[in-house]
Structures are given as structure tokens and as C-alpha cells.
Design a protein around this ligand. Sequence first.
Ligand code: PRP
Length: 198
Amino acid sequence: MEQFILQTLFSRERIAERVRLLAGEISKDFQGGSLLLVGVLKGAFVFVADLIRHLSIPVEVDFIRLASYGDTMESQELRITKDLELPVRGRDVLVVEDIVDTGKTLRYLQDTLKRKGARTVSTCVLVDKRQRRQVEVAIDYVGFVVQEGFIVGYGLDYAESYRHLPDLCVVDRKGASEEFPRRSSGPREKGVGDDRPM
Ligand code: PRP
């Protein structure tokens, strides 16, 4: 496999701190209630695992997986390839994403979950990558904001590699021999930049 130069963008310590704070906010906002947490596969599995262990409210966990079809980013259409197994109707649902890029996935999920009868749909995103946003989406809980770049680690991949890295890292483009492919032919570009104003 081709090796890239990786630079740590957000260390495991900073991630752990943000996750703890996010879980605190979520627990406070839903105090007295319960949550159906929907993790979006595959990237969110590490974030979900850490987040739920800091929640102090009752929570059920389910996962969903999407794939996009189409040659260009503009023409891409999303489909569910692994659906939820728990009922959504009447529930307070929290969608947990590793990264938001164009915003299409999150918007699709928000619409789908509302259509399925969720009482409320909230969103928790570890990395809000802004530069390529095509669809405005409401994000309730954000770990970090970045503008551009390709981020791997802590569940995020490049061609299925690097998900195991404990830090969020940015791939140094100088180390790449070609442009990164988009999702239709592989993973999508995900991004770099400033920290989240908290
Ligand atoms: C990533 C991420 C989101 C989506 C965001 O998934 O986990 O689901 O892209 O992109 P968008 O805002 O442009 O819609 P990816 O396709 O990389 O799959 P993976 O989670 O299985 O790695």
C-alpha cells in the first residue's frame, strides 16, 4: 500500500477532552429523557464508542451505513446499504458522524429519520469540514472545525487504511503521488484547519 506522510492535527488527548465535553452537553440537554444514538458507519464507530461511555442518560445505539452512486460529486445519489434495526418513531434521535464534508449525508439522514417519525433529530459531528459544503445542515454538537485537507485516524480512513490511528491526522499532499479520489471511486476528501471555537 502507498504510504503518505501524516501529521497530527488533533491529538488523542484533545479528542478525549472534546468528546467528554460533548457528552456532557448532550447529557444535560436530554436530561430526564433517553436517546436513540445512530452511528454512521464506518467512520463514526470509534467516536460512538468513546462518546457513549461519557453519557449520563439512558441511550440505545444503532448503526446505519450509506453509499453514494454517480460519477460526479454533483450527481451523487445516496442509498442506505445497512438500515437501522431499532424503531425510530417517537424517539429523540442523535445522529453521530465522524465528519461532515459536503453535508449531503447528514441532510439525507436528517430527512430520512424525520420521515420515519423520529420525535427529534439532533446531530453530533466530530469534524465539521467547511470548504466543500454544498448543503447547509444544522449541526448541534461539533468537536472540531476545519476548512480543508484530508483527515484520517480515529475511525476515518483513506482507502480503508488508518482508521486505527488514535489521533486525527492530516495527510500531507506532498507525500501523495496523485490526487485523492472522490467517494464514487473510493473515499472522499475530508479536511484541515482551525480548531472549533468552543
Ligand atoms: C464520510 C463520513 C460521512 C460522509 C460525509 O463517509 O463518515 O458519512 O463521508 O460526507 P458528506 O458530508 O460529503 O456527505 P465515507 O464515505 O468516507 O465512508 P466511511 O465512513 O465508511 O469511511
